[in-house]
Design a protein around this ligand. Structure first.
Ligand code: NAG
Ligand code: NAG
Length: 357
């Protein structure tokens, strides 16, 4: 969803969605900052995994489900009419993802790899391994097991241009339909997907080929696009001129999946009962994010970057943050804050950096 084509449309359309003309800081404060991204502790696979779409099998039984998906805008919108949830596992070779999507009419049309898959109902994965909001991957697939993978150097809003040539080499995927595909004469239960992404194939996102270390944290998000349909001449077709639903794991607050700072936290753990989710950097990242959105509005209004937080009207009550500084030139800026000896910074493209331990 909100893949490249749609994101470009966002910039020219009006209405309730956030457009380029809308103040970013306002959207951040009222729609995004209040959302706590979801988190998932990903366990080691219990043994060899077979990617066949059958996710009720023993190999998956020890993995926890995520919370049910919600609307992309969060609690502001009604709960999805059909349930979606995900499980994840990992081993030395792959990240494994299993998704279960309840669906009364399973349908799909696209059969060509790298088609714009969100034109069908789909399942989508967004991956930013180092959590800097840049160099992330997007993967979409439909109920015909047709896939689309693309690489984003940075989000569209920061001038990122997608690379459709990127391939998640060696990816395995499979679909299991509970019911009948493209048959409107009966009611279906839904569809499941199972995916294995080799660590090697994610090198462009991570700059290493190896499996993550225990305790390593990535940013990940999932989305499901659901179109409103009708039956015409015994065929399932989209209702004309009706928008799609975007159901997601971790809500973004705005109708745009390309806000990696809002994605969920994926933490790799070893065995059963080991490790606990924690995100010590949360308050520093959130503060810097607010500065980033305020600077976007400032630039639009004044044509340059604000030189001080006072000018920007951004303050923080958070006493755990220290050494807060903003340095701006004509070309860009860097804002930094230190939390427990970790110096976090953000720049004009929304890219996070961290130094320290
Ligand atoms: C599904 O797609 C994957 C590639 O993602 C391919 O390896 C696999 O053979 C496909 N399965 C079927 C049943 O077509
Ligand atoms: C994940 O995506 C969903 C749907 O786009 C969005 O509502 C949610 O905020 C995102 N969560 C995160 C943490 O990105």
């Amino acid at each position: 969803m909100v893949g490249w084509v749609k994101s470009l449309l966002l910039l020219v359309s009006c209405g309730s969605i956030v457009t380029a003309a809308e103040p970013y800081l306002e959207a951040w404060r009222t729609r995004m900052a209040g959302i706590t991204p979801e988190g998932y502790l990903c366990r080691r696979a219990p043994g060899p995994m077979v990617v066949d779409g059958k996710i009720e099998e023993k190999e998956w039984s020890g993995a926890a489900w995520t919370n049910d998906f919600v609307d992309i805008e969060g609690a502001a919108k009604p709960k999805p009419s059909s349930r979606t949830r995900v499980k994840m596992l990992w081993d030395d070779e792959n990240l494994y993802i299993a998704a279960e999507m309840e669906e009364p009419q399973v349908w799909a049309t696209l059969v060509k790899h790298d088609s714009v898959i969100f034109n069908d109902p789909d399942f989508e994965v967004f991956l930013d391994p180092d959590g800097d909001t840049h160099e992330y991957g997007e993967f979409e697939m439909n109920a015909l097991n047709t896939t689309w993978d693309l690489f984003l150097p940075k989000p569209y809003k920061d001038g990122g241009k997608p690379d459709n040539g990127w391939e998640i080499t060696g990816l395995k995927s499979a679909v299991q339909v509970e019911g009948t595909l493209n048959d409107p004469s009966d009611k279906d239960q839904g569809w499941c997907v199972e995916i294995a992404m080799p660590w090697k194939s994610l090198e462009r996102l991570r700059h290493v080929q190896t499996a993550p270390k225990e305790g390593e944290q990535w940013r990940i998000n999932f989305s499901r696009v659901e179109w409103q349909i009708e039956i015409v001449d015994g065929k399932i077709v989209k209702k004309p001129k009706t928008p799609e639903f975007n159901w997601v794991w971790s809500p973004q607050g705005v109708i745009d999946m390309h806000r990696p700072e809002m994605w969920g936290l994926l933490q790799f753990a070893k065995g059963e009962g080991e490790g606990a989710l924690n995100e010590p950097s949360r308050s520093s990242r959130r503060f810097l994010q607010e500065v980033y959105y305020a600077q976007r509005d400032w630039k639009k209004a004044h044509g340059n970057w604000a030189k001080s937080l006072q000018e920007l009207g951004v303050t923080t009550e958070d006493k755990t943050l220290s050494a807060i500084e903003l340095r701006a030139t004509d070309e860009g800026y860097e804002c930094a804050a230190t939390l427990q000896k970790q110096r976090w910074s953000i720049n004009q493209d929304g890219k996070f950096s961290m130094s320290g331990n």
